[in-house]
Write a protein that binds this ligand. Structure first.
Ligand code: 5GP
Length: 210
């Protein structure tokens, strides 16, 4: 049975803990390939070019768009963010499940190009928890935080377009839920039509006694 990689889109409000979730998911389950996005935003303390993001100037980013090197891109809180195409397609063709941690406009573009992508939205246990988490991020200015909350209000309207919701209360539980959803996606009959066809024709041969 050949295994084709699944494209998994993970969205969720700023501060909901997606970064930590992704880090833990890829530590615990080494089979996943996490795409590294390009962005024009400034690196936060501790972020490394090529690890958290490819940090690019506005001009460099616009060149990536013009040359068709991004699967999707969006402006979020006044900065560009986008997914480099090559890594994603290489990994999927090698059978690896690829995770894109992206916001909702990008998720819409991905859904159009890859209709069988699995889309997950990470929710906070309640709104207050999200605000507290954003306040704790010392790299955020007051304006930065307000603009991220305003984006959250807009993104909350897009939740209905996702396949599943993960409530990020307990990290390990959320990571395991995410893994189980991805694994079960591989077992969808619609993803395994060739295999079903192969079994059908093999059975026919046996039934004829050949
Ligand atoms: P942050 O600046 O907090 O790292 O990310 C801000 C938002 O941009 C988050 O919602 C994150 O998921 C999203 N994001 C990160 N990379 C990409 C990308 O390649 N494309 C899109 N559309 N959004 C992204």
């Amino acid at each position: 049975m050949s295994r084709k990689g699944i494209l998994v889109v993970v969205s969720g409000f700023s501060g909901v803990g997606k970064g930590t979730l992704m880090k833990r998911l890829t530590e615990k389950y080494s089979q996943y390939a996490l795409s590294v996005s390009a962005t024009t935003r400034e690196p936060r303390d501790g972020e490394v070019d090529g690890r958290e993001y490819f940090f690019r100037s506005k001009e460099e980013f616009e060149k990536l768009i013009r040359e068709g090197l991004l699967i999707e891109h969006a402006v979020f809180c006044d900065n560009y963010y986008g997914t480099p195409r090559e890594y994603v397609e290489d990994q999927m063709s090698q059978g690896r499940d690829v995770i894109l941690e992206i916001e909702t406009q990008g998720a819409r573009q991905v859904r159009e190009q890859y209709p069988d992508a699995l889309t997950l939205f990470v929710m906070p246990p309640d709104a207050q928890t999200l605000v507290e988490r954003l306040k704790k991020r010392d790299s955020e200015t007051k304006e930065g935080m307000e603009s991220r909350l305003a984006c959250a209000v807009r993104e909350a309207d897009c939740v209905d377009q996702y396949d599943y919701m993960i409530v990020n209360d307990d990290l390990e539980e959320s990571v395991d839920q995410m893994h189980e959803l991805i694994v079960s996606q591989h077992n969808l009959v619609s993803r395994n039509k060739d295999f079903a066809e192969q079994i059908r024709s093999e059975l026919k041969v046996f039934a004829k006694g050949e």
